[in-house]
Design a protein around this ligand. Structure first.
Ligand SMILES: NC(=O)c1ccc[n+]([C@@H]2O[C@H](COP(=O)([O-])OP(=O)(O)OC[C@H]3O[C@@H](n4cnc5c(N)ncnc54)[C@H](OP(=O)(O)O)[C@@H]3O)[C@@H](O)[C@H]2O)c1
Length: 345
């Protein structure tokens, strides 16, 4: 079978270069074009020496002829690139937030810009394959979920869908620094971040409306989410611990832990990248892979369900999930190019 020609807009960010690392080994796609702003004209392997011998590409300022594109630009800029590509008839997975929220007004409120293409928002499919695999198959534009939302929604979706918890959900998330991107800020400066941990965005992180939107769609009931993200001094990984009160009829059940384990395993039985695990997961157990590990635990003392999930923010939280979406959109095996197990230790 002839490979499809794929391209990456903005290979110079963390999400973009992670896409390149994974795509050069894809069995059905050939990476033929990558773009970047400051490093246009340079060899990819000169800018990113870890790609030496993996791809003989020059970073361009515009994508050349491709069948499929990934856009990994900062929000607002991404939408403009996506619009041009869709116009050219090219299928796109957008890694930014620009097509994730269905209400255009949310972009004014949460991202501070007026969406340039509200009509495309209606056509974009939210790219969480575990929830929307069928819709993704026929989509031309997929909005890749955010990294925090991927971990949080996968953790809570089975419980919300089955109606076993009340609508009040607390999501406490820890992220490695690559989640903040490659551009250096005081927050990500080594001497500020090393040996340090802090919560941020308590008034409302931009990923909050995305989490609320998707959990609400699951059974139509509006969820009330408290989301507190933290930065921890590691490079990759997100660990989310989610809490919600069990509904009364479930608290009283004697075998509720067994029942909830069965609900979670059934929900993800056809999901190759989600594993319901028997012990609290570690970010290291998924590092460098497209896996999400989920551990549901019933705290019988308080009547709460605690669900812990973890992903690699650059793989299942960005580039890996984007390739999973391309696979589904292109009729390839869902796992193609993503089979490598996590890196350990
Ligand atoms: N990092 C993650 O874990 C993650 C996860 C999920 C989704 N995302 C999303 O993926 C997108 C890229 O994120 P990232 O973390 O890869 O970003 P990043 O590492 O911060 O990369 C941003 C790059 O974009 C370029 N850039 C910045 N402003 C630009 C502009 N106005 N026009 C053209 N290029 C510009 C810069 O490259 P030059 O050197 O060329 O200027 C910079 O290296 C964002 O929308 C982000 O929200 C990221």
């Amino acid at each position: 079978m002839e490979k499809i020609k794929v391209g990456i807009v903005n290979v110079t960010g963390y999400a973009g270069i992670e896409l390149a690392r994974l795509l050069v080994r894809h069995p059905a796609a050939r990476l033929v074009s990558v773009t970047g702003r400051s490093s246009a004209g340079q060899k990819l392997a000169d800018v990113f020496p870890h790609m030496t011998g993996a791809a003989d590409l020059i970073i361009e300022s515009e994508l050349s002829d491709v069948d499929f594109a990934f856009v990994a630009m900062p929000h607002k800029e991404s939408a403009l690139e996506v619009m041009k590509l869709i116009e050219r008839g090219i299928k796109v997975v957008d890694i930014s937030a620009d097509f994730r929220l269905s209400n255009p007004e949310d972009y004014n409120e949460w991202y501070g810009f007026t969406h340039p293409s509200p009509e495309l928002l209606d056509k974009a499919v939210y790219g969480l394959p575990e929830l929307y695999r069928k819709d993704i198959e026929s989509a031309n534009l997929v909005a890749n979920p955010g990294c925090y939302p991927t971990a949080a929604i996968l953790a809570m979706a089975p419980a919300v869908k089955q109606g076993i918890i009340s609508e009040d959900i607390i999501i406490d998330s820890k992220s490695g620094l690559s989640g903040a991107g490659r551009t250096l800020t005081t927050v990500s400066h080594y001497s500020e971040a090393n040996e340090n941990t802090a919560a941020y965005a308590l008034k409302g992180h931009r990923h909050l409306p995305e989490i609320v939107q998707e959990l609400t769609y699951l059974n139509g009931e509006t969820v009330n989410v408290t989301f507190v993200p933290h930065i921890v001094p590691m490079t990759r990984g997100i660990l989310s611990t989610c809490y919600a009160a069990l509904r009364e009829e479930f608290v009283e059940k004697e075998d509720i832990q067994v029942e909830i384990n069965a609900i979670y395993k059934e929900f993800y039985k056809d999901a190759p990248f989600v594993k319901v695990v028997d012990n609290p997961p570690h970010t290291k157990n998924v590092w460098g892979s497209n896996m999400c590990h989920i551990y549901p635990f019933v705290d019988t003392r308080t009547g709460r369900l605690i669900v812990i999930s973890c992903i690699d923010n650059l793989v299942k939280g960005a580039a890996g999930q984007a390739i999973q979406n391309m696979n589904i959109m292109s009729g390839f095996a869902e796992t193609a190019g993503l089979e490598a197990p996590p890196i350990y230790p």
